[in-house]
Design a protein around this ligand. Sequence first.
Ligand code: NOJ
Length: 557
Amino acid sequence: MSDITPPASSLARHGTQWWREGIVYQVYPRSYADTDGNGVGDLAGIIEHLDHLGPDGLGVDGVWLSPIYPSPGFDVGYDVSDHSAVDPLLGTEEDFDRLVREAHARGLRVILDLVMNHTSDQHAWFQASRQSREGPYADFYLWRDPAGRDADGNPLPPNNWLSFFGGSAWEYEPARDQFYMHTFLVEQPEVNWRNPVVEEAQLKMVRGWLDRGVDGFRLDVFNIFLKDPEMPSNPELEDLAEGTSAWDRQEHKYDRDQPDFPELIARFRAIVDEVPGRMSVGELFYGGPETSASLSNQNHLVFDWELVRAPWSAAEYRALLDRRQAIFGDTWPTVVLSNHDQSRHASRLSASAGIDDTDAVARASAAVLLTLRGTPFLYYGEEIGLRDVEVPFEEIIDPPARRVEAGWVWWNRDGCRSPMPWTGEPGHGFTTGRPWIRFGDDADTRHVAAQALDPPSVLGTYKRLIALRQGRSSLRRGALRRLDIGGDDVLAYIREADGEATLVVANFVQQPSTVDLGPAGDGPWRPIGGSHQDPSAPDADGSLALRGLEVVILARG
Ligand code: NOJ
């Protein structure tokens, strides 16, 4: 296929806008590769597999590492006890610096996951803060007096705010006779960003990582950094459907998306922007595309969750793309189908459409993920079509999934965090020990080594699609024009840039479908890739017969 140019280094390919034109791959470090046999992945394991990601492998541009900092592990790394260091469970400081060097040597940029909304309750700041209302750390967290006492003299929480993981957002600390606030676990106290000393300390930590060569950050739940300073109770919503969670029964007016947040985030971004080519992506907590677009800017992305929420349906995707276009306009969006908090997309999308062939859905969705307008984020394991793993209750690690409370049902995120199967041998090339989460039942056959030798596999498909995208400016940076062609089960769009056009036609169902390419404008169109190794070609009249779950990518001429 002449349209595929061999991947070169990310900077050479895309310059300082690499994060806009390139592809970001998310590694969940505990699940990638374990080199010391303790069953938990580590930084040395990531280094060993950088060639899977670099120009000789998938050919992505950036690697986002889920948190690598010391953590007691109550939220598996998202409860950080020291934001400036490397968790000894994952490796040494030198391992991290080597990882950055080795990644850069392959043209891969390194993105760290910054958890700045909260710390672990084991963090030195909190350990000091919880002791007393006096002292340098007293005001580092969101402390409030009890609203009063109940009939038994027990302190009452300051307001009605809730934890997303269940129960009240407030935990009483007798030493201060006050409550502290936590949107997530009791072990994840929320920091007080309105204290200038806290902001200074956070930004100093950010500079420290930048000085060590990192290229950007993913910002955990960034739109909840600031709360209303008065902390009033949130309005309770009425007339909701039965089964609506306690969290969704409130309008989260005062505990997120505060009007002065853009100024705060601008101060953070100014530091990142001191060197061209660095980026950040904000994790929008519970927000829609409007908030995502409004918080994005020319150097910084914000996740948009619409594709994660959508079922595998051409009609849904058509409506979603139109909505996205209207909301984002010229703003650059992200393209996300999965991450460490969501059901894996091969499982989720197949189930949403009642399709058993998860590999066929994985290949078709890969072709959509890599051809939409925006920066694609690819979660580890999706490139081999990994599926959610059933983890029995007694093995569950994800803490919120272990909480069984009335009216609170939480998806067990262990299912999408199973270790990467690299080979078919015992331990699957992931570990010589006992893996911290079990492998999927299909790991003997579904692994990187097998798919690397099998061009039609999901991995072979990802490699071809990534190479195709990297070689076509219309796919990397073009505008998207949706076309109403084909039947109800077909999604079609044209990407255009620099006088180049790429047409994408996707059949979302297992039944074949024929599409007249006439309305796509001047042809002839010829297939250059897609979900299948041998993409279907239109006939001389521009009629394209698609196989079931086939996505065809076409160029003019
Ligand atoms: C969002 C992260 O993606 C999730 O894994 C974590 O539990 C919460 N933030 C709290 O940090």
